[in-house]
Design a protein around this ligand. Sequence first.
Ligand code: TYD
Ligand code: MG
Length: 466
Amino acid sequence: MARRVSSFICQNCGTAYNRWQGKCESCGDWNTLVEEGAASPASGPGRKPGKGRLFALEPLTGETHEAPRFPSGVAELDRVTGGGFVRGSVLLMAGDPGIGKSTLLIQAAAALARAGQRVVYISGEEAVAQVRLRAERLGLAGAAVELAAETSVEDIIATLGEGKTPRLVVIDSIQTMWTDTVESAPGTVTQVRGSAQALIRFAKRSGAAVMLVGHVTKDGQIAGPRVVEHMVDAVLSFEGEGSHQFRILRAVKNRFGPTDEIGVFEMTGLGLREVSNPSELFPSERDLGSPGTAVFAGIEGTRPVLVEIQALVAPTSLGTPRRAVVGWDQSRLSMVLAVLEAHCGVKLGGHDVYLNVAGGLRINEPAADLAAAAALVSSLANASLPADAVYFGEVSLSGAIRPVAQSTARLKEAAKLGFTRAIVPEASRGEAGSDAGIKLTDIGSLATLVADIAARGSRPARVKQA
Ligand code: TYD
Ligand code: MG
């Protein structure tokens, strides 16, 4: 008889160790190792070791099957998945507890069911009555979604195998599922992985799309969805500030579509509302005309989005000044600050710097450099920027402003929302032409921008350069 092997597995990153230790060497987390009985070869899903089954090999050229998709009925969700769910694919929706994953998925399930598709919603966290209650509150009670509160993967797959194959199966959440092919407790890495594997096999075999819900938790108690990320076809991340009503759905990985599109939702008393034009939403609460705010004309995926960037630069009372940033990259902020110091004579060593992207959006584009720099200098000099102007452009380490892609789309969106001026890189003028009815001010270097803003301010922004 084979010796029962057990190992200690980090519940955060999944690294296995032979003996217990306090700290995981791989991810650096403390107290995350839990003893788990490894699945012994005989209890695994495979057959007895022996001769393999023969299968046919296929030529590279041949009949191609376009991945057949079906739209979910929630346009913002379809935008992120790349046009809908692909048959037989497995998606993971990850997000903080309480962000709205169950709400979004019950809405998508109801929309699909209303379109005449078979949809099964398995809740491992809530009782059927709770899911029903939520659906009623959202006005979805009439939709023919099939519900169950189950956690045994074997039972779920056996039940789903009966009757017509469902189009979509929602598993809410993967952390509550358990399979008897592995011995560990539910919620551990081995269980989460084993359950996900079984559900993925079911999806590939049956052609049903499976949506797994995964909670992201900071503590090591429950295995994060991280351990299944590489097994699924797409990972959607549902984000947002807890206190903010806006939610952003983002594809972190997508085997069947783009990863740069975002879906924007607003959490209301009646569930998630789709926001099809995010530009109207982000600057709507804007505080234009006050020092420290600049509007950035950005691109998210294929859509232009106008975003307000807010900065606060204030004298510090600490030895090491604070640099805090929400919604943007910390290292890009450091870079912009360094360029301001080195090439523009803006000394910030004695100032705390706070930068915030309004509306809970997260910006990844380098094109936001210019808007961020404008907001920073505007706050430092106590000079408000023109309320009808948008900014975009990449700041290079030499202090030059570099052109960015899709200027025309950015300018059109700004014009549509009533902006009349744009501060842009020099090279953008040629590309954008004179269309869009917007007055372009092109600048070649960050120093020019700083001088412009400082001239209007009530506080000195620069020290004399030697
Ligand atoms: P939920 O979908 O249960 O989150 P998750 O499944 O990601 O844990 O959403 C929970 C939050 O959403 C909860 O704080 C209440 C809020 N909410 C609304 O504001 N309006 C609604 O119509 C619904 C259903 C939820
Ligand atoms: Mg939930």
